[in-house]
Design a protein around this ligand. Structure first.
Ligand SMILES: [Zn+2]
Length: 211
């Protein structure tokens, strides 16, 4: 059996996860971005480089960034730039000190599910399926919702919205959705975040099909 993602170098683990998510249609082309905190310096994180095909990443396609500044600490190779959506990852790590990984994907089903709630909807009620236990909800007929955000071309505006709303009211599940865009999920380990992406996308598929 292969090692768990958390025993691997985060760059290798994230490249493997990107290939997996690409194969499922959640990271088509260069879409989506993945990050994980550094094993030795938790005030920094590794993130996918901008504009790279997500089915073909290798360990050099990552940069290490600080949580509280824009400087690049390490660069896998010359010429690469951090993901254009880095500010969302930084917001999640600042909001949730326990988050060790943050995974953002663009799926058809999540966009359809949010659209069904209406473009102005601020939250998306999740179906009370057994699978929701994977998001830490252990209730009979749970009534929880995924927080929805507006999509802005200027990504730091989305990140500011996330920090503002979640500081005022923490989200009920470790995930969020940006309208017409995709989901962002975080976890206390890379494996946990990976599992949660699968759960959230399962719930989004159910809703997209009219559930
Ligand atoms: Zn995105």
């Amino acid at each position: 059996m292969s090692r768990s993602f958390d025993e691997m170098d985060p760059r290798r683990a994230l490249a493997e996860i990107a290939r997996d998510f690409h194969a499922r249609g959640w990271m088509a082309g260069t879409a989506g971005n993945l990050s994980a905190r550094d094993h030795t310096d938790p005030n920094s994180f590794w993130i996918t480089a901008s504009g790279q095909a997500k089915g073909r990443l290798d360990e050099a396609d990552f940069l290490r960034l600080g949580l509280n500044h824009d400087d690049v600490i390490e660069r896998g190779r010359e010429g690469i730039k951090p993901s254009a959506e880095t500010s969302i990852h930084r917001a999640i790590y600042r909001l949730f000190p326990e988050a060790r990984a943050c995974l953002h994907v663009h799926s058809v089903d999540a966009s359809l599910a949010a659209a069904r709630a209406g473009a102005a909807a601020q939250s998306l009620p999740l179906p009370p399926l057994e699978m929701i236990k994977g998001l830490g909800i252990w209730e009979e007929n749970p009534r929880v919702a995924l927080t929805l955000f507006s999509n802005w071309l200027h990504v730091p505006t989305i990140a500011t919205d996330i920090e503002t709303r979640f500081r005022a009211a923490p989200p009920p599940v470790p995930a969020l959705m940006i309208h017409h865009h995709g989901t962002t999920v975080w976890g206390g380990s890379l494996q946990e975040a990976y599992n949660r992406v699968e759960i959230v996308e399962f719930l989004m598929s159910y809703l997209a099909r009219g559930g």
